[in-house]
Write a protein that binds this ligand. Structure first.
Ligand SMILES: Cc1cc2nc3c(=O)[nH]c(=O)nc-3n(C[C@H](O)[C@H](O)[C@H](O)COP(=O)(O)OP(=O)(O)OC[C@H]3O[C@@H](n4cnc5c(N)ncnc54)[C@H](O)[C@@H]3O)c2cc1C
Length: 433
């Protein structure tokens, strides 16, 4: 009987473990390994850092969830991974053998690529993990006491930009509500070629709507910019400009986590795992990867290199395809293999308004450079949509549901978006190709 190990219990790992448990009969074991005792809904961390919502709202204890859903749970960090012997070593010195492994470990943070960047000995804050967001919140509360120069943005090589727009526009909204806006300057610094690009070019209305909103709120835009160093009171750009900063929140470039970087033959130089359309590793077909840990090449050449966004919804789609494909491999599901469509919708909330960005799919067709569609729309309803989705997502993680049929139907009906699609000609044999 098979042992399937899911490493990482974030937006990708937890729903994937649930889906595996739903699809596979009980004789197969599903083990979830997490270095954190709690699941964290990462998109909520913008609100945590700005002291809008407490962190508890976005976290769930993993051990009782796993127990209720029939998952084995190990709370420890993976420190070594041996694909040839299918063996995982944990920080608690336990070793775990797998028949199938799903790597869902999210991002490592490349703060060291810019001197002075990041909360670990640097001079900028981050909202990419729960501890980062809590530390950023403490500093934000101090900033509200003595407002000054707020600089928000992304470092060169970053691929996740949406949270920077959310942060700067929600900070503006809070400062206005408190009558402090005239005491602060707000600047957005990004390596994107234009604001609203978000790592995906050619999204209809995205630049126009995003830029208009930033300008309406007197937020200075510095795009196409490379942050080269940060000091306690300043940030330097590659054109020599120096920006004063009292508080800076800069999203770093991502890389793979340490054990992936340390495993020869598993990943790219940056630690992202290249996968086949089925999300399997080409050399080790019993290894699957999902979410931020996957290698997706940015097709566009920009002056400052940027990465590909890997949204929560793309991550879930990858996880659903992986659970399905493992069930097919095990002979449990007599069905064609599936691939994630990588059609992404992203709700970005900006205080009293928001923008919905849709790219279907995020990667254009390599031959035609076209997408089925890609557009952005603005409205207050986007904020309500994001809040409703947040509640829904946390509820389904509590209930042990991955992506129920009505969610798939809703995505299709409302946004024309599919999560996965079957590939009839992709037979199980791909694994031994
Ligand atoms: C601030 C912020 C806001 C965002 N907002 C949105 C949004 O509004 N909409 C959207 O679609 N996307 C959003 N995203 C992107 C979204 O959060 C990611 O797509 C998603 O979290 C990726 O899921 P993942 O499972 O790959 O990684 P994660 O959710 O980060 O989960 C990875 C898990 O693996 C664990 N782990 C890491 N290393 C190890 C190890 N060695 N051993 C064991 N466990 C390990 C980590 O602790 C973590 O729990 C946002 C991202 C950020 C940073």
């Amino acid at each position: 009987m098979a042992h399937i190990v899911v490493i990482g219990a974030g937006l990708g790992g937890l729903p994937t473990a649930y889906e595996l448990r739903h699809l596979l009969p009980p004789q197969h074991t599903v083990t979830l390994i997490s270095d954190q005792p709690k699941f964290t809904f990462i998109p909520g961390l913008v609100r945590v850092a700005l002291d809008i919502t407490p962190i508890d709202h976005f976290q769930l204890e993993l051990a009782p969830l796993a127990q209720r859903q029939g998952l084995e749970f190990i709370h420890s960090r993976v420190t070594a991974f041996e694909p040839r012997s299918r063996c995982i070593t944990l920080e608690n010195e336990q070793t775990v053998h797998y028949d199938y492994a799903v790597i869902a470990t999210g991002p490592g943070f490349a703060f060291d690529r810019v001197p002075g960047l990041g909360p670990h000995g640097g001079y900028t804050h981050s909202i990419c993990s729960a501890p980062h967001a809590l530390e950023a919140r403490t500093a934000w509360l101090n900033f509200l006491e003595r407002p000054g120069h707020l600089v928000v943005g992304a470092a060169p090589g970053a691929g996740c930009f949406g949270p920077a727009y959310e942060f700067v526009l929600m900070a503006d909204w809070i400062l206005r509500q408190r009558g402090l806006r005239d005491k602060a300057t707000l600047t957005l610094v990004t390596p994107e070629p234009y604001v609203g690009h978000l790592g995906v070019s050619g999204v209809k209305n995205a630049q126009r709507l995003t830029e208009k909103l930033l300008r309406q709120h007197q937020i200075e835009i510095i795009d196409n910019a490379e942050i080269t160093s940060v000091s306690p009171a300043h940030m330097t750009l590659d054109n020599g400009r120096t920006l004063p900063q009292t508080y800076a929140m800069i999203l770093p470039a991502f890389r793979g986590v340490q054990f992936i970087l340390d495993t020869p033959g598993l990943a790219t130089e940056k630690g992202f795992i290249p996968v086949l359309p089925t999300q399997q590793h080409a050399q080790f077909p019993e290894i699957y990867a999902i979410g931020v840990s996957v290698s997706l090449t940015q097709p566009e050449k920009t002056r400052i290199p940027i990465g590909m966004p890997k949204s929560g919804q793309m991550t879930e789609a990858m996880g659903m395809a992986v659970a399905h494909n493992i069930a097919v491999e095990l002979g449990v599901l007599p069905a064609p293999l599936q691939v994630p469509t990588l059609e992404a919708i992203c709700f970005a909330e900006f205080g009293d308004t928001g923008i919905l960005y849709v790219a279907a799919p995020v990667l254009p067709d390599p031959a035609t450079q076209q997408r089925r569609y890609a557009y952005a729309v603005q409205g207050r309803w986007v904020v309500w949509g994001k809040t409703a989705f947040e509640y829904y997502f946390m509820a389904k993680m509590r209930q042990g549901a991955a992506v129920p049929w009505f969610e798939r139907l809703g995505l299709k009906a409302l946004f024309g978006v599919d999560l996965v699609k079957p590939i009839p000609h992709l037979q199980k044999t791909i694994v031994s190709a």
